[in-house]
Ligand binder design. Structure first.
Ligand code: SF4
Length: 363
């Protein structure tokens, strides 16, 4: 378990509040002129799957020391810190895990976060990434609470392969039911994320494309990444996005699309016959650090400036330490202004030090 944390008062040497040309009003920017826009909040470090690339059973077994309930940020604390992040430029909040739908009464947190959308604030996109296992049951309540949309992780349609990958014998049909329920509840446009691991599920690329073509969902293929230290990542298991595009293009011709906004992680492609679009997220072969506007908040309130960071910054101590909103907002600004993380851009040159696990801070 790797959870190195530093207190936020060590950032006092950084000058506060600046902005860059092109950054939204009120946004702080980091040392590489990247504005703070996206906040990903992990609401639980637990998951009901044991996917080998994220929470392998060999590491996350019965005796794994998951966080005790008292360590988790409460809904009140999450709402407060999210509101302060919004004052620093955040326009999009994504709830992650672990599996976020395992957090009890999650819709109550969504209601609180949705209430941050005041008429004078910038539009706040409120979304969630899930493995889909509980989605059929919860989609309507999530929508009613104010969730904008969902992204569902799904790595295969073949039931035997899917069960082998989730390692808990969970059937693909139940995830597909969850996707249907999310559609019916209006949690769209729905995105489906497929992590492609060469030699494991690359045979599913074309079947997945066939299944979701014309359905109104956006299927996105993600290169297998070296997040954390527990998944035994190896470069030979990475299938470049260019190969994914070639495979699909051979069946259904594709044409490239422009990004929706600067810094969009996925490169967009459209089926030439009008059956919708797909995306590829080339985290390994085409790093997008130069436009990375994301900060991650762990279940126990540590802020991470990069998916591959080894050290978190303790916001929970401020939230529970009688510190004012203004001081916490200032600490967030200073933290972001000191940021120069760009792991994927430097991959290969980076030192082999500790890295936080994906299940602790979300993907
Ligand atoms: S490696 Fe870090 S800085 Fe680069 S895109 Fe990923 S999270 Fe952002």
């Amino acid at each position: 378990m790797n959870r190195r944390v530093i207190p936020l008062n060590e950032l006092s040497a950084v000058p506060a509040f600046s902005s860059a040309p092109g950054a939204p009003r009120g946004s702080v920017v980091d040392r590489l002129a990247r504005p703070l826009r996206d906040l990903r909040i992990s609401v639980t470090d637990r998951c009901n799957f044991r996917c080998v690339y994220c929470m392998p059973r060999t590491v996350f077994g019965h005796d794994y020391p998951f966080l005790p309930h008292s360590a988790l940020l409460t809904f009140e604390e999450i709402e407060r810190v999210a509101r302060l992040f919004v004052t620093q430029g955040v326009e999009k909040i994504r709830l992650t895990g672990g599996e976020p739908l395992l957090r009890k009464h999650l819709e109550r947190l969504i209601e609180r976060l949705a209430a941050l959308r005041t008429p004078d604030a910038r539009a706040l996109d409120l979304t969630l990434t899930t493995n889909g296992a509980l989605l059929a049951r919860k989609a309507r309540a999530l929508k009613d609470a104010g969730l904008t949309r969902v992204t569902v992780s799904l790595d295969a349609l073949d039931d035997t392969l899917f069960k082998r990958m989730n390692d808990v014998d969970f059937p693909v049909s139940s995830v597909l039911e969850g996707i249907e329920a999310a559609h019916a509840a209006g949690l769209g446009p729905l995105k489906i994320n497929m992590v492609v691991k060469r030699g494991t599920n690359d045979s599913e690329i074309v079947p997945m494309a066939r299944h979701f073509r014309g359905s109104g969902t956006v299927l996105r293929f993600i290169e297998y990444m070296d997040v954390g230290r527990s998944n035994g990542w190896n470069m030979t298991e990475v299938l470049p996005s260019a190969d994914v595009i070639d495979q699909i293009n051979a069946h259904w011709p594709l044409v490239p699309l422009d990004a929706h906004y600067p810094g969009e992680t996925a490169q967009r492609w459209q089926y030439a016959d009008g059956a919708g679009e797909i995306g590829v997220i080339s985290s390994v072969t085409r790093a997008f650090c130069s436009s990375c506007t994301r900060i991650r908040l762990s279940t126990d309130g540590n802020a991470y400036l990069c998916l591959f960071a080894g050290t978190g910054h303790d916001l929970r101590a401020l939230l529970r330490g009688g510190v004012s909103d203004e001081q916490i907002a200032d600490a967030i600004a200073r933290l972001w202004q000191a940021r120069e993380d760009r792991y994927s851009q430097l991959r290969g040159q980076a030192a082999g030090g500790p890295r936080v696990e994906m299940s602790y801070i979300g993907g």
